[in-house]
Write a protein that binds this ligand. Structure first.
Ligand code: NAD
Length: 468
């Protein structure tokens, strides 16, 4: 499969018609019944199970993902999201009664969720299936029509989605538009009722600027440098295994991967020794030959990453091969906080370790930088957990295990500050793709509102002041 992308004028020219069709489909009301939403979610389930070999192959072609990783981080992940949503949708959509103040009684008030309309989902390349379909689960469950724009940097998965989605889902209500910047730019000129963007902060700014024109709300799922604080009291072998798993899954190309380690006190040495052991245990003596270790998405990212390897001493890995887009699972020691590897999100299999004297310094280090998408800590101390919870800000916070907070259905997933705005997964997706309408219902008879009407007499005034 070629990794090059050729823009097509036809695709750009077709965009207004496609979006118009989705708007018309929303207007005709087909997406509102819960039965339609359930049918579509079940159809997406069939797509994922029946077409699993096609999807696994696409993920292999794009990112060298093993079938197991394709299951746990992509196909299985979306299946779980669908099943959880099907199980809870009825209760999530149930109108919620709220109490009415005495001055307005008797009356009823409730919160009712309604779909937003036609939404656009722009997905990135690193989990190209998951990050296109998991938001789509929420968009459909909330009753919207949706346009999905997969990443051109994962062309095999983008092509599979463009082929399969129309074969399984309602083509009037869900569209996939492939393409890169020309198509995305043309799409952003259209009016959507919500734009859900996952990717980097620079493009997020373009998305938000385009959304201004139509006053379209946006969800921005971004990235950044997610630190992992390791305290001396944490078991070094278990910490190293968890860190190696979190960092080297998908060859480090994960938005919530631990970006760097802040090794508190004297924890660095044992940790690095155990990281070396964990890498060998997981990927063998030569990770290049491991079927479980992925590849870098393209040459541009490969060159960017290999340029970072001089930022420290490789105590694990350090080897690379441009032809195979392979960079070994690498741990860098002796990294200065001002080194290039600490300037931007790494997004590859390179883990710098920075030695830091104590927890105060680690907290200050985190707080001096952009708010991360995730903050991790490996500690045996309840006090450390309490302090990190109250003294730092991040999209998510996890103790003892990176990445997996995404797999807890009840936890919203999203960033804060530079790591993003808004959230999704599970009920948070329904919140994102719905408007919560406030409904007040007061009978006309008897007219208990007479007190509020002019003319205001002394008696009315005294009563009003007492009631409100
Ligand atoms: P990418 O290059 O695939 O871009 C993402 C999407 O933006 C693509 O669909 C692309 O076509 C589109 N795009 C690119 N340029 C555009 C433009 N000028 N106008 C409109 N659209 C444009 O992916 P990426 O941005 O390299 O993704 C990696 C980043 O995403 C990392 O920072 C990572 O942390 C972040 N990320 C975040 C999450 C999350 O859930 N928070 C998940 C995955 C990745």
């Amino acid at each position: 499969m070629s990794k090059t992308y050729a823009p097509s004028e036809d695709a750009v020219a077709d965009i207004p018609k496609i979006v118009g069709g989705l708007r018309a489909a929303f207007a005709d009301g087909r997406t509102k019944p819960v039965t339609w939403r359930r049918e579509q979610l079940r159809a997406m389930r069939h797509l994922l199970t029946e077409e699993r070999p096609v999807l696994e192959k696409a993920l292999k072609d794009d990112l060298g993902k093993s079938p197991v990783e394709a299951h746990t981080t992509e196909i299985g992940f979306v299946l779980n999201e669908i099943d959880h949503t099907l199980r809870h949708l009825k209760s999530w959509l149930r109108p919620q009664r709220v109490s009415v103040p005495a001055a307005l009684a008797p009356a009823k008030a409730r919160k009712v969720r309604e779909p937003l309309g036609t939404v656009m989902i722009i997905a990135p390349w690193n989990y190209p299936l998951n990050l296109a379909l998991a938001p789509l689960v929420g968009a459909i469950a909330a009753g919207n029509t949706a346009l999905v724009k997969p990443s051109e940097l994962a062309p095999a998965t983008a092509a599979a989605l463009a082929d399969l989605v129309p074969r399984y889902l309602d083509t009037e209500a869900v569209a996939v538009v492939q393409g890169g910047i020309p198509e995305s730019t043309a799409l952003l000129e259209q009016r959507f009722d919500h734009i859900f963007y996952t990717g980097n902060g620079a493009v997020a700014r373009l998305v938000m600027a385009a959304a201004v024109k139509h006053l379209t709300p946006v969800t921005l799922e971004l990235g950044g440098k997610s630190p992992a604080i390791v305290e001396p009291g944490a078991d070094p072998a278990a910490t190293a295994r968890r860190l190696a798993w979190g960092k080297f899954t998908n060859a480090g190309q994960t938005c919530v991967a631990p970006d760097y380690v802040l090794a508190v006190g004297d924890s660095a040495e044992a940790l690095e020794r155990e990281l070396a052991a964990a890498v060998t245990e997981m990927f063998g003596d030569d990770p290049r030959t491991s079927p479980d270790f992925g590849r870098i998405v393209n040459e541009r990212h490969f060159d960017r990453l290999t340029a970072l390897l001089d930022s420290g001493t490789a105590v694990v890995g350090g080897e690379y091969d441009r032809d195979g887009l392979y960079i070994a699972p690498t741990v860098l020691d002796g990294v200065d906080p001002g080194a290039p590897v600490m300037a931007e999100e790494i997004f590859g299999p390179v883990l710098p370790v920075i030695r830091i004297p104590d927890l105060d310094a680690a907290i200050a280090f985190v707080n001096e930088r952009d708010k991360p998408l995730a903050l991790y800590a490996f500690t045996g101390s309840a006090e450390t957990k309490r302090r990190l919870t109250t003294e730092t800000s991040s999209g998510g916070l996890a103790f003892g295990l990176p990445i997996a907070h995404l797999a807890v259905p009840g936890l919203p997933f999203g960033g804060v500050g530079e790591s993003g705005m808004g959230a999704y997964h599970s009920e948070a997706s329904i919140d994102t793709f719905s408007h919560t309408k406030s409904v007040l219902d007061k009978s006309l008879v008897p007219d208990t509102m007479r007190l509020a009407y002019a003319p205001v007499t002394g008696f009315k005034e005294r009563l009003l002041r007492r009631m409100l």
